[in-house]
Design a protein around this ligand. Sequence first.
Ligand SMILES: [Zn+2]
Length: 429
Amino acid sequence: MSFDILLKGGMLPDGTTADIGISGDRIAAIAPSLEGEAGEIIDVAGNLVSPPFVDPHFHMDATLSYGLPRINASGTLLEGIGLWGELKPLLTHEAVKQRALAYCDWAASMGLLAIRTHVDVCDDRLLAVEALLEVRKEIASYIDLQLVAFPQDGLYRSAGARENTIRALDLGVDVVGGIPHFERTMADGRASVTDLCEIAAERGLMVDMHCDETDDPLSRHIEQLAYETQRLGLQGRVAGSHLTSMHSMDNYYVSKLLPLIAEAEVAAIPNPLINITLQGRHDTYPKRRGMTRVPEMLSHGIRVGFGQDCVLDPWYSLGTADMLDVAFMGLHVAQMTSPAQMRRCYEMVTSQSAAIMGLEEYGLETGKRADLVVLDAGDPVEAIRLRADRLLVMARGRVIARRMRSPMRLDLPGREGEIDRRFRVPAPT
Ligand SMILES: [Zn+2]
């Protein structure tokens, strides 16, 4: 066979070793050993070759705006919302677009090649929607960008939000969003879930709502979301983002709720970096962690993907476009420390999130699109532990980012040499 590019000796996430042959924008072959001609042969022996990172929950209209027009002093969700309200009238099409493109450069360099971003539609100009639709087009040759119409100030609470949501969908936004817990009453929140799911069903779209992002154990809009998903036949196309109130809910009620979510095939998207920072702010001590019940969801067969949510914006003053940071935090907060659970945390920033986004071209399989990332780690758990360097990023069969491994040299008496923080776990004896 002949390939454009042949990657030799990579470690796949499942622990096997394989060569990967790329022809055009496709994976032409994967096998333990591939012989043949290749335009370029790249030795990736001993390094993890993974499908790209996927961020199922982001806010690209706000990213890299940290400090504009001021910094969130309290660090709370509510001050962040207030701050975004101050910034919104000052946004320009060009500034939103340039910040988004700058962020996408970071993402591409980190092997983050699929992003679902919510975009605020509570601005009659729909300026961010138009800017991000342009960005989606400009980056289409290396990042899959999915847009969610997000009535951030409330579908009913904010004048014109429902109309703007429809307008945004008409313009080509992919997914229906919502924020039921931010409506004026629980009843309005429930009604907004019904309304938005009906809009999605009518248009054949997916749904992804900010749902119950609160410490209030009585915030139960997820129940309505699961119900409407069943009623409207939207199984497998709906996600609840955050779901932090579930952390604080009564255990008996949760024992009823988890099977309902599983039955409706509603996916969950916790955002560990943000949830651990923003939740529990009204607590003294003990202080709640505020992340939803991830291991319990998994044991009920609910699909879970970890999102990043924010990078340098009114709600979060850090962030690097590194989904390994997200997996690392999620693993800690959810106490998912067994080897199988740690591997699952890696899948929640790769394949599980790709499934939530419905990415059909995704995966390291013959015939799929040649998108991948090579990491300076031997396996997914080590990648999380090291927040490993990306050695190579490939999109549509083209190498779009590459770096040489450059180990630190130690200069200590008797301990000179290159530092390698990789570690091979000994096989059980
Ligand atoms: Zn969000």
